[in-house]
Design a protein around this ligand. Structure first.
Ligand SMILES: *[C@@H]1O[C@H](CO)[C@@H](O)[C@H](O)[C@H]1NC(C)=O
Ligand SMILES: *[C@@H]1O[C@H](CO)[C@@H](O)[C@H](O)[C@H]1NC(C)=O
Length: 222
């Protein structure tokens, strides 16, 4: 969970202009060790922000240090954004807790509350993709692991209202399990797995809704 949060932190850094706090930086260093810390660290080193941050961690530092850091990070935003684009799509597999459920591997992330594009991006960053359900048995295997109400799937009809497409395959999804009276379409162009009275089935939702949980799926080679 922590690692995922950190990945997310990196991912939203450019968009929201947030900076990692001392605590987060330390967590980043100790959690990621080499790889992803280096990615972030090189950004920080680049404008000597690292140095400021060390002082920021010191309670005896000057009182206007917050403003100074904020100013420095503002100028960093563009660089961070550029660097974010250079991030490799695949990060080391072993730091992400994908688990085997049935015959497939999934990462179930609850409580991050992302819109569809953010969820899609998060799955890509972990080397996977949003869950691509093949059939009823795959869905039935996952359901007992879920404890929230809304999870994004890899399906949307953003390009054409009548054509649902799996983001993973680029083709029509192999399996649907809609709730009665779903999909109701209109502005709802992304597909979710929704829980109503302990029944999980598909429903369409607005892609920019940001209260959703995530199921990523990943193919591991034997
Ligand atoms: C469902 O798909 C899985 C692959 O994930 C396959 O092994 C299984 O045989 C399929 N089950 C049915 C009932 O089609
Ligand atoms: C998802 O959220 C991000 C960050 O807030 C935003 O930039 C993006 O436009 C949103 N995507 C959609 C489809 O609303």
């Amino acid at each position: 969970m922590r690692v995922i949060s950190l990945v997310l932190l990196i991912a939203v850094l450019a968009v929201q202009g947030n900076v990692p706090t001392c605590e987060e930086s330390k967590a980043l260093e100790s959690t990621c060790g080499g790889y992803c810390f280096n990615v972030v660290k090189s950004l920080l080193d680049h404008s000597k922000a690292m140095q400021s941050e060390l002082r920021y961690c010191n309670p005896n530092s000057e009182s206007n240090i917050d403003a100074l850091i904020e100013q420095r990070f503002k100028t960093l935003e563009a660089k961070v954004e550029k660097r974010l684009k250079d991030l490799p799509i695949k990060l080391p597999a072993d730091i992400y807790p994908y688990e085997q459920i049935g015959s497939k591997f999934y990462l179930i992330e609850e409580g991050l509350y992302l819109n569809w594009s953010q969820a899609n991006r998060l799955c890509l960053l972990t080397g996977g993709h949003l869950v691509h359900l093949q059939n009823r048995s795959e869905l039935n295997a996952i359901i007992p692991r879920l404890s929230n109400n809304d999870y994004w799937l890899d399906i949307n009809n953003i390009l054409k209202e009548d054509d649902y497409v799996s983001k993973t395959s680029g083709k029509a999804p192999p399996f649907f399990a809609w709730f009665p009276n779903e999909p109701n379409k209109g502005q709802e162009r992304c597909v979710e797995l929704h829980n109503k009275f302990s029944v999980y089935a598909m429903s369409d939702a607005k892609c920019d809704s940001s209260y959703f949980n995530i199921i990523c799926e990943k193919e591991f080679k034997d």
